[in-house]
Write a protein that binds this ligand. Structure first.
Ligand SMILES: Cc1cc2nc3c(=O)[nH]c(=O)nc-3n(C[C@H](O)[C@H](O)[C@H](O)COP(=O)(O)O)c2cc1C
Length: 390
């Protein structure tokens, strides 16, 4: 694909000249609405819902309107460099797909993780795959082509199982391990509680466990669905502490990224302990309600990282301009969460490719119009909005 992401709009206009008007929505809100109709209600509420009354989840999105980018003229930003270099690899853009444990379930064939990998291969947008997959991590990465993939670890209580998952991911060619810290226990999620629906407890997205030699050893030959689910539930969440970092570090030479870091002191301590990336996120407001938005937390976390390691960010990103604002406030890479799941639900791989190209194009065109040839220019031209938009 051309590295001028904004060219996607020319493709769309020229196709229309030949009578082919795209069926895909061109704005995210419409896409989300249409995709929602394709999903069974319990899966939709699992994806769309969050913790408590969802105030943090909503504000994660709304807070982006409180920041604005300042246009700079006579710059002639006819070429924009949106690439980022992290852990020795150069990626075409800062966008990546955040880990979503039920991505595998949203395509008709229930092999959505493979569809995500195929869209990553087609767009160059990396995916960070959840531990909770519908297909084993080895099978999924085989579809990602040249695009790097990352593995997100939900650290199980059993250390041998954790080591096995990390070793498998390393061996399969994943380029980094993101350890999620904020989800060793699920938050209070009224929508899911009301329908009594938790996909993993119904046996979904557990393929990385059932394909794992250590997990199977723990099962001790009893591989019926009920035993698998109850064993998984007992083993799933390990409330890690600082003392565990040395052990985590010893598991792999791959970059280790800590997901869920939201405080400057935690970021500094983690970097001092040898981690390679800080991922500022509040899990899209799914885990703890009542928190500050991830975007509000980002500048202090980024400042604490002080360029020593890449700063990953997600929670609330709903457009290409949100991506640019997150970069402006200190992110190195910006994760798309729910939006890409809806792209996938709408029309599988083509729907997801469209969603990603839409975000990339909007970000690129914003940089063109505003006179930002690179992210250095982005970072010096952001300020708090003068009025309240929301
Ligand atoms: C349905 C769903 C499942 C998720 N599963 C995981 C997961 O398995 N591992 C993880 O680290 N984060 C998971 N997340 C959190 C995302 O990685 C990301 O932090 C969040 O979606 C960002 O917020 P946003 O969707 O509002 O943009 C999940 C999010 C959603 C919506």
């Amino acid at each position: 694909m051309s590295q001028s992401f904004g060219d996607y709009q020319l493709e769309i206009y020229f196709s229309a000249l030949h009578g082919r008007i795209s069926d895909f929505p061109m704005d995210y809100a419409t896409l989300e609405r249409r995709a929602a109709h394709t999903l069974p209600p319990s899966l939709l509420s699992y994806i769309a819902g969050g913790a408590g009354d969802e105030a943090t989840q909503r504000r994660n999105v709304d807070v982006f309107a409180e920041w604005g980018l300042v246009p700079r003229m006579l710059v002639g930003a006819s070429e924009r460099d949106m690439s980022v270099t992290v852990w020795g690899m150069t990626l075409p853009s800062p966008i990546f797909m955040a880990p979503v444990g039920v991505a595998g379930l949203v395509t008709k064939d229930q092999h959505g993780d493979i569809a995500v990998a195929q869209a990553a291969a087609a767009t160059g947008v990396p995916a960070m795959f959840s531990t909770l997959m519908q297909d084993p991590l080895e099978d999924v990465i085989a579809h990602a082509g040249e695009t790097p993939s990352f593995f997100q670890l939900y650290t199980p209580k059993d250390r041998d199982l954790a080591a096995s998952l990390v070793e498998r991911a390393t061996h399969a060619g994943y380029r980094g391990i993101a350890v999620t810290l904020d989800t060793w226990i699920p938050g209070w999620r009224p929508r899911d509680l009301a329908s009594g629906s938790f996909p993993q407890l119904r046996g979904h997205a557990l393929k990385n466990y059932t394909s794992d030699p250590v997990f199977r050893r723990i099962l001790g030959g009893k591989e019926d669905p009920q035993t698998v689910v109850s064993t998984w539930a007992q083993i799933f969440g390990n409330p890690l502490t600082w003392a565990d970092l040395e052990w985590l570090r010893s598991l792999t030479d791959l970059p280790i990224i800590l997901k869920g870091i939201a405080h400057a002191t935690d970021a500094r301590r983690a970097i001092d302990a040898g981690v390679d990336g800080i991922y500022c996120s509040n899990h899209g407001g799914r885990q703890a309600n009542g928190g500050l938005t991830a975007l509000e937390l980002l500048p202090a976390v980024a400042e604490a990282c002080d360029g020593r390691v890449p700063v990953l960010f997600d929670s609330g990103v709903r457009s290409g301009s949100d991506v640019v604002k997150a970069i402006a406030l200190g992110a190195t890479m910006v994760g798309i969460g729910r939006p890409y799941v809806y792209g996938l639900a709408l029309d599988g791989v083509p729907g997801l490719i469209h969603l990603l190209r839409m975000f990339l194009a909007e970000a690129d065109l914003l940089m063109a119009v505003n006179g930002y040839p690179d992210f250095a220019a982005v970072r010096t031209n952001v300020q708090r909005s003068l009025g309240r938009w929301t």
